[in-house]
Structures are given as C-alpha cells and as structure tokens.
Design a protein around this ligand. Structure first.
Ligand SMILES: Cc1ncc(COP(=O)(O)O)c(C=O)c1O
Length: 393
C-alpha cells in the first residue's frame, strides 16, 4: 500500500488566474493588525446595510415553512415576474418571465457559468481591459481564449470596435461589456449599445452586458440598459444584481434577462449545478425590486455626495482627476514617476490609505488607481489630506 496519498488538482483548476487583489487584502489586513488606522478605498464591498424593509421581507419569508423546501429548479415565479416588472418600469423593456429570465447566485455566478455553457474549448471571447477580474475565471474554467478590447481614456473608456481585426470579429463567439464600468466609472449611451448590436449582428457574437452598477449614474443621468437598444434581445443578455442597487452583496442574488437561447443555456447548466436560491431570499429580492425605490435614490445621493467630496479634495491638492459618471468607483491617474502598484504600495505604507492598483484590472489599467466611494465623506477627505502631506502633487 502506498504511504502517501497524492492529491492532484485538475488542469482546469490549475489554469485559473491568481487573485491579484488577494495580495492587497493581505497587506491591508496586516497593516490593520499592526494597529494602523487604514482608510480602505481599495475594495468594492458596499458599506451600507440592506434596507430594513427588505430584511423584514426575508424574516417574514423565512418564518413560512414553504420556503424551507427546495426551490423550484429555475427559481420562483414571483422573482421572475418581479424581474420582468422591474425591467418594464425602469427601462420600458418587455421580458418573458418564463423564457427570458434566469435567477442567479449573484451576477458573478452567471458571468462565470456562461462561457462553460455556451463555448467550446479554444473558442474566442472579447473582454474589456481594464475589466472586472472575475471574467477571467469563466475563461479559465471553460478553457476558452480571449482577446482584450482596450478601454482608453481618449475613447471615454468604451471599446473601439474598429481596432478589432476582421478575423477576431469573425472568430469571437461572445463579448462581455460593463457600463457603468468597474473600474473606470465610465458610462455608455444608447448609440454605443446600438453600435454593439450591429457588430454582434454582422459577426454572430453573443453580447453579455454586465449591468452590476445599473442604478448608479451621476448628475441625474440614469444609466442605459443594453436591452433598450434596437434588436438587443436577439443578440444578447444583461446581468443584473441586487448586490449594489440594494446593498445585498452578501445575499448572493441577481438575474440575467434577454435572449431566450442564452437564458436557456444558463438555466441548463444551473439545473445540473444547483437547485435555485433559498426561496426566502428570492421572495425578499422580489420585494426589493417591486417595493418603494426611495432607498435607491438615497443610496445614489450618498455616493454622489462622496464623489463630490473626492473631486473637491483632489482638485484642492492639485490631483487632476475626472469625475466618474457612474458606479461607485473613481479611476485616478497615478502621479508621474509611479507605476500603479508602486503608487498603491506607497500610499498604504506612507499614508495608511489603500487603493486598488489599476494594472490588477488588466494591462490597460496601468497608470491608474481605483478608489471606492465606500467610506463616508469625512474619511475620503481625511484620505486626501493624508495624501497631500506626501507632497507628490
Ligand atoms: C462589474 C461587476 N460585475 C459583477 C459583480 C458581481 O456582482 P455579484 O455580487 O452579483 O456577484 C461585481 C462585483 O463587484 C462587479 O464589480
């Protein structure tokens, strides 16, 4: 008998990208353990609680023994109908709640499942750079290839489809987009999505719009849904999450809406992986989508106030930054002479301020740092005052 039990991981697991930001979390935790007063602007975790009426809806639903059973495989009708009503109310988009909605354990789950459900090994995806790092988890698990679409400041952080070669466009099976954008804070208008649908039509590319920050558009400009573009549903889907709109990041609930075949692909893969979410969570999510939306207006006002504090303070110390148009992030150019990572390390070391180095979001993130508007405005002001003392501007 062999003495040592050798445990080997699959090539699939080994191919997953390393978590760039795990190192940041470690450094920040170590600094906090040393007793330092770190202002953490590096993460993307909403700091406000879930609105009380949604928590109450969960409590009430959890009291009902009917919610203790397995959920319907593909989620409860009440939540799918709520997703449908939400899209009609917010974006004037019609959705068939049975065929065009898939309930998700958060948008991240859907984004990681889709390449496995729709693509074969070696096929090509188009991904934004910089972009949400977890897109690469789906790429790794499905064994697909990808081409980066640079998001450049001179193009308002929108991809320039003219820069893709004819072959890339022909070979691409799926494209991910995300506006309001993490990490750049950029937004997209309807004409951009219409152009996207044209590219999708000409080249048979399935579009996936990650609308995680759909509720967060500044200066009175409501972010546009991809599904508002003409013929959008024929070529793609949108992922919506309750994590940001209702501060429900820990609840793990979201949904995908749009193209029936793509939705079916998600539902099929999920049929084999899970039995949908805890029904009480689904019921509370339906309440969030359908009840009074004052909490969303208040949340947006809070982020807007913090954003204003950041802009005013940065301008006061001579840091020339552009105001984000949406999301709860600002994308700040690092001062001359620094790399993104060098700058993030310097701020943590010398000012006890944590920011996310831009290169963690892709090679085109080099030269930037991402700052989250997820601490109160006094702490934002304090962070910039600490940076001022470093005399780098
Ligand atoms: C762009 C983007 N997409 C998706 C997600 C994941 O959202 P969820 O909590 O629904 O998994 C995030 C979370 O930070 C995000 O920033």
């Amino acid at each position: 008998m062999k003495e040592v039990f050798i445990i080997e991981y699959s090539d699939r697991l080994k191919s997953l990208p390393s978590q760039f930001f795990a190192a940041l979390v470690k450094k920040v935790s170590a600094a906090i353990e040393e007793g330092r007063d770190v202002i953490n602007l590096g993460q993307g975790n909403p700091d406000q609680p879930t609105p009380k009426h949604i928590v109450k809806a969960l409590q009430d639903a959890a009291e009902d023994p009917k919610t203790h059973k397995y959920s319907a495989f593909r989620g409860i009708g009440e939540l799918k109908r709520a997703a449908n009503d939400f899209y009609k109310r917010e974006y004037n988009v019609d959705i068939d709640p049975e065929k065009e909605v898939a309930i998700l354990f958060g948008a991240k789950a859907g984004l990681v499942e889709l390449p496995m459900a729709m693509m074969n090994e070696g096929e090509l995806m188009l991904l934004p750079d910089p972009g949400y790092p977890d897109y690469l988890s789906g790429v790794g698990l499905a064994g697909v290839k990808y081409v980066s679409m640079p998001l450049l400041e001179e193009n308002d952080f929108l991809p320039d489809y003219k820069q893709l070669t004819a072959e890339q466009k022909k070979n691409a099976k799926m494209m991910y987009l995300n506006y309001p954008n993490n990490p750049t804070g950029a937004t997209a208008d309807l004409s951009f999505f219409e152009k996207t649908v044209e590219v999708a039509k000409e080249n048979d590319i399935a579009i996936v719009h990650d609308f995680a920050y759909g509720a967060l558009g500044f200066d009175g400009k409501k972010p546009v849904s991809y599904l508002q573009a003409k013929d959008a549903k024929e070529h793609g889907i949108e992922m919506y999450t309750l994590s940001k709109t209702y501060n429900m990041a820990g609840w793990r609930v979201g949904f995908a809406v749009g193209n029936e075949k793509m939705i079916e692909a998600i539902n099929l893969i999920q049929d084999h992986m899970y039995v949908s979410l805890f029904p009480a969570v689904q019921k509370a999510a339906a309440t969030a989508l359908m009840d009074d939306q004052t909490c969303v207006d208040e949340l947006l006002a809070l982020y807007e106030e913090r954003r204003q504090a950041l802009i005013t303070e940065c301008s006061r110390i001579g840091w020339d930054i552009k105001a984000p148009k949406g999301s709860f992030f600002a994308w700040l150019p690092v001062p001359n002479g620094f790399t993104s990572e060098g700058f993030a390390d310097f701020l943590l070391e010398k000012a006890d301020v944590a920011v996310a180095a831009g290169n963690g979001f892709g090679t085109h993130g080099e030269g930037y740092a991402r700052v989250g508007l997820l601490v109160d405005k006094e702490r934002i002001k304090e962070a910039i005052s600490r940076i001022e003392k470093l005399e780098i501007f």
